[in-house]
Design a protein around this ligand. Structure first.
Ligand code: PLP
Length: 369
């Protein structure tokens, strides 16, 4: 049996009639940029996250960019973040001419290691941007404490962790702002691109709304240089349909993860493990092994999809060569990049497919111990 790494068609099929209706309504209304469907989604999503405001953006990257813009930073200022993430976390920092300062990760969760943050703080440090990678919350209590102690802003990158909980509290509620992605492959995905910035702060909401729409509080009056980062009406409508399914989809992701845990226990793989404080939403199910490349090749040959998140940490990317980081700067992130392998996980994956993935992995270790 072939198992795709990812396949969105099952999900689309399961809600196709509702999506058709919601999208057709936008066509009939002629409501294409923001508008009532986006506003309704913003209210529903804010309630889902447990915050006062949610603003629809045209991508998670745009939302992150605006979140950093809110801090009014100057060139040479620094933001502490993780080198082991999708690069867009760092884009938001770079777009504002601010320097990303990386801190190595905790090998247990792949998230920024709070114990290493204070050593990286300088007089120019202005904020910390943790990422809740793979759907697993970063260790927020010590991060929040460091922000308070050093008077730093906190921006959460929640692009992979819609609905994840830290000590029972939803992620995305810890920072002044938090940013979500609705890229189609995320746990909640639009029928195209999308993102959201959430906050409890009225002033941050008001200014983000203006930055999202050409820097204007009043049409054709531009108080500061802004962007066209509006969410499309059709995406708001589609997301409204999908948000209702998200709790069910998340429960299924967790069930698949637990099945993998059971089936793969006893193999030489290091399995993902929820920290005592965490309820993960398993955006990805990432295992680790020194023979990752051989395993990947084996699975691919057998028709079992798998992927790498991420093969090269941010500090070693060509685009950031000017930051001056060398190989060895963050050994835990670099080792993770060599060892991590993402197995198929999406709500429509069947139990039989999960069993095929596990059986194929066991077959690999039977001959490559
Ligand atoms: C997907 C992702 C983003 C960017 O979101 P887009 O909607 O694709 O722009 C940012 N950070 C992380 C960790 C992501 O996974």
């Amino acid at each position: 049996m072939n198992v795709p790494y990812f396949d969105l068609n099952g999900q689309t099929k399961s809600i196709r009639a509702e999506l058709d209706r919601a999208i057709a309504e936008q066509l009939d209304r002629g409501s294409f940029c923001l508008g009532p469907a986006v506003e309704a989604f913003e209210r529903d999503f804010a309630a889902y996250v447990g915050v006062k405001h949610a603003l629809g953006f045209n991508s998670g990257t745009s939302a992150l960019h605006v979140a950093v813009r809110l801090l009014n930073l100057k060139p040479g200022d620094e933001i502490i973040s993780t080198p082991y993430t999708f690069v867009a976390t760092s884009w938001a920092i770079a777009y504002c001419n601010v320097k990303p300062v990386y801190v190595d990760i905790d090998p247990a969760t792949m998230n920024i290691d709070p114990a290493k943050i204070e050593a990286a703080i300088t007089p120019r440090t202005k904020a910390i941007m943790p990422v809740h990678l793979y759907g697993h919350p970063a260790d927020m209590d010590p991060i929040v404490a460091i922000c308070k102690k050093h008077n730093l802003a906190l921006i959460e990158d929640v692009a992979q962790a819609h609905g994840a909980k830290y000590r029972g509290r939803g992620v995305g509620t810890f920072g002044q702002t938090a940013c979500f992605s609705f890229y189609p492959g995320k746990n909640l995905g639009a029928c195209g691109e999308g993102g959201a910035l959430v906050t409890n702060d009225d002033a941050a909401c008001k200014r983000s709304r203006a930055l999202r729409e050409h820097g204007s509080y009043e049409r054709y009056y531009h108080d500061e240089i802004g962007y066209n980062y509006r969410m499309e009406g059709i995406q708001g409508a589609a997301l409204g349909v999908k948000l209702k399914k998200l709790p069910e989809w998340t429960a299924r992701r967790r069930a698949i993860a637990h099945r993998y845990h059971q089936l793969l226990a006893g193999t030489p793989l290091t399995l993902p493990k929820e920290a005592s404080y965490a309820e993960s939403v398993y955006h990805l199910y990432v295992v680790r092994h020194a023979k990752r490349d051989a395993l990947r090749e084996f699975l691919t040959k057998r028709g079992v999809g798998c992927a790498l998140h991420y093969p090269l940490p941010c500090h070693l990317q060509k685009c950031f060569v000017d930051l001056g980081y060398k190989v060895g700067a963050f050994p835990i992130a670099e080792k993770a990049a060599r060892e991590c392998l993402s197995l198929p996980i999406f709500p429509e994956l069947t139990d039989a497919q999960v069993e095929t993935v596990a059986a194929t992995i066991k077959e690999f270790f039977a001959t490559n111990a």
